[in-house]
Design a protein around this ligand. Structure first.
Ligand code: CA
Length: 711
């Protein structure tokens, strides 16, 4: 950080001696005076040992040039320190490193500034997201990290606030509400990006009936600069973005009444030479187009990569991966910019491996399709048109037209989800977490019956979740679980072929980090953090981290030593939704949420792990078979998204088959109707469910507890 290096060094060392000293305030002033000169892209280029934006650089390569830890020395890599986070929900953040301080986030959008050498907490910022906001998210109260710019840390909080925090004191500088309608289920889980002094942030909510957009704010003042909606709005109102005068032709019916979707909940990239900001756009909302755009249409810009001018927010080009998406095939997955020689010509490309299972290479100047191939098991499309990249979709996949269930592969978990990739331009390979798992898409019959409407406190998919509970018998469940696959893949984007793979036995493994030490680092569902040879995939190092890992590691250099940091903590949507299917052969994957810091001869170890297995001891059944079945349907609609398919917890959320409240109707009502556990994210369902329905859910969970032999 050349521009502000001197003032910051003084500030940091004084801060270490005395928190909140006047010297810290003086430092803050000096930093803000330097703001006119600050240029993050230059800082990134000139600070090779630092990690200043979530993807390491604007091309989002997550490939570090550091070499001290390499295929020879990695055998001496060990834990330097660990820091216990104060939540045990899913951890998805990539930390930043700047000048002696590691900045990360944990679940519930809390920010931690840690002394990178010792792991000592310098400050924690808790935005105090209301517990009841948890139900507005599809995929756990996760956060994928912060942005840094000119002495400030930028946080997108789960309840939609964008918050600027002083990087040295942890004090809030400003706060803006990014949500256009707080009655709707908007959230933020992604890391903001900073382009030329503007903070860019999108939202989540594509499962709930919202309209997606991305907004730019002045990093100094928080004033809103521009907003780009990804889908057209109400045609009776003025058009916010010129381009939607034409995109609305790709929609039919009264799409604006159900939001349409297209949320920009994670990935962005930036090319400073072209002055283009790339945003990854999410799925259609509701999923089922019969409830969204009933006469068909491509529904731009759902499931698209869109290039914008970052100065104005004006549309430049788009490429749609999945026209008329109805499978939750977001194009929000990580995008990497690279220069590749293809057919003898140097091409400026953008690479993405979105949920739909095809690896795309696009020309990032024009958006032109260069190539795309399947990287996992795919049955919804036979292939892509070699010129346009448009998928050739099989008729059975259109479950809204056939009236039949479609066992889609991949499903909404994706053949690859948000888990960051990395690209090593020396090996020419992209490293990422790929998976094979299917999902039965069954149209919600209320659409055809004309009674479909958006519901509060639950997802609005137009797909019947109640119809897809798994069978009770353990043998079938185990065989389904074993059919789900996941692996680390090294992909050659020029040939569109897999170079090597490492099988992890199941889906939902961590993001990756690549280094010039010829290494790829990745954590996995098997409670392991490992390093692989970048060219062969041979495992050259691994360590037990006592929890499943979903986040990506990062690396930096401090005082001549290379460090590797990882935020560990099993969670996110797959364990929440799939329940028992997310288990390993050893049972439920534990969540022990920590920041783990490694270096050569780190010299410390994790404490011995305690056992977390739930004790399942249900009371006697009190209800009729009919009531239990009614409870099953309500459970699937309102509860399974967090507490797991058929009431078997897969993630960090408590296994409700083991809850004390199962034994007492009043205790149960206290929680579900009166909101007794609201602070922890378990909201009251009083306005959505009756007491009878709530007791039928209890009967169903007792039934499940009685029948389970699960660990
Ligand atoms: Ca989605």
């Amino acid at each position: 950080m050349r521009t502000i290096y001197l003032t910051m060094s003084v500030g940091v060392s004084l801060f270490a001696m005395s928190a909140c000293s006047p010297a810290t305030d003086a430092n803050t002033i000096a930093v803000s005076n330097a703001s006119t000169k600050f240029d993050l892209s230059k800082e990134i280029e000139t600070s090779p040992g630092e990690w200043l934006t979530t993807g390491l650089n604007y091309a989002e390569t997550r490939h570090s040039g550091l070499t001290q830890i390499n295929t020879e020395t990695v055998k001496d890599l060990s834990l330097a320190w660990h820091y216990d986070l104060d939540t045990n929900r899913g951890q998805e953040a990539t930390p930043l490193y700047n000048d002696g301080i590691l900045y990360t986030t944990s679940a519930w959008s809390k920010v931690q500034a840690l002394d990178a050498k010792t792991g000592k907490l310098l400050w924690q910022y808790d935005p105090e997201v209301p517990g009841e906001w948890a139900v507005k998210g599809c995929c756990d109260v996760v956060n994928r990290g912060v942005a840094y710019w000119d002495g400030k840390i930028y946080l997108g909080a789960f309840d939609g606030r964008l918050i600027a925090i002083d990087a040295y004191t942890g004090k809030k500088v400003w706060e803006k509400d990014t949500i256009v309608d707080r009655e709707k289920s908007y959230t933020i889980t992604g890391a903001p990006r900073i382009i030329k002094g503007k903070v860019i942030i999108g939202n989540g909510g594509g499962e709930f009936g919202v309209r997606g957009y991305v907004t730019a704010y002045d990093a100094e003042t928080g004033d809103q600069d521009w907003r780009f909606y990804t889908v057209p709005g109400d045609p009776s109102k003025p058009v916010e973005n010129e381009i939607h005068k034409s995109t609305k032709e790709t929609w039919t019916g009264e799409y604006w009444k159900v939001g349409g979707g297209g949320t920009v909940w994670d990935s962005m990239a930036y090319d400073a030479d072209l002055n283009l900001l790339y945003i990854g756009v999410g799925n259609g909302s509701p999923w089922n187009p019969a409830a969204r755009s009933p006469e068909g249409g491509d529904n731009l810009f759902l499931s698209s990569i869109v290039a914008l001018n970052p100065d104005t927010g004006k549309y430049v080009w788009h490429f749609q991966t999945t026209p008329g998406d109805q499978w939750d095939f977001t194009a929000t997955q990580h995008m990497i910019l690279a220069d590749l020689e293809i057919d003898g010509a140097e091409r400026k490309v953008l690479m993405q491996a979105p949920k739909n299972g095809f690896f795309y290479v696009l020309d990032r100047v024009t958006g032109e399709f260069i190539s795309g191939e399947k990287f996992a098991r795919v049955n919804w499309a036979t292939g892509l048109d070699p010129v346009t990249g448009r998928p050739d979709i099989v008729p059975e996949a259109f479950y809204h037209k056939t009236g039949k269930p479609f066992l889609g592969e991949p499903g909404p978990m994706g053949a690859h989800s948000w888990h960051p990739m990395s690209y090593n331009d020396e090996t020419g390979l992209v490293y990422f977490s790929a998976q094979d798992l299917n999902f039965p898409y069954i149209a919600d019959s209320t659409i055809e019956e004309g009674t479909f409407e958006l519901k509060d406190k639950t997802v609005n998919l137009g797909v019947d979740l109640a119809a897809i509970g798994l069978p009770d018998d353990q043998e079938t469940r185990t065989s389904i679980r074993k059919s789900l696959k996941g692996r680390l893949v090294a992909w050659d984007p020029k040939t569109q072929k897999e170079a090597w793979r490492v099988d992890h036995g199941g889906p939902w493994n961590g993001g990756t980090l690549s280094t010039s030490g010829n290494l790829v680092f990745q954590g996995n569902r098997n409670q392991e953090f490992a390093a692989y040879h970048a060219k062969t995939g041979d495992k050259v190092w691994s360590t037990d981290v006592q929890t499943g890992v979903v986040a990506a590691p990062m690396t930096f250099e401090m005082d001549g030593e290379q460090y590797v940091a990882l935020v560990a903590g099993w969670g996110g949507v797959l364990p929440l939704l799939l329940g028992e299917l997310a288990h390993t052969d050893e049972g439920k994957v534990p969540n022990r949420s920590r920041v783990l810091m490694y270096k050569l001869n780190g010299g410390t170890e994790l404490p011995l792990a305690e056992n977390f297995a739930p004790v399942i001891d249900p009371p006697r059944q009190f209800a009729t078979a009919e009531d239990i079945d009614s409870g099953r349907v309500i459970y699937a609609r309102y509860c399974s998204g967090c507490h797991g398919d058929t009431a078997v917890a897969g993630g960090p959320i408590p296994d409700i088959r083991a809850t004390y409240a199962l034994h007492d109707a009043d205790d149960w009502n206290e929680i579900i109707l009166e909101g007794a556990l609201e602070e922890r994210g378990m909201v009251s369902f009083k306005d959505a469910l009756s007491e009878e329905e709530v007791q039928n859910i209890r009967a169903y969970v007792i039934d499940r507890a009685e029948k389970s032999t699960s660990k």
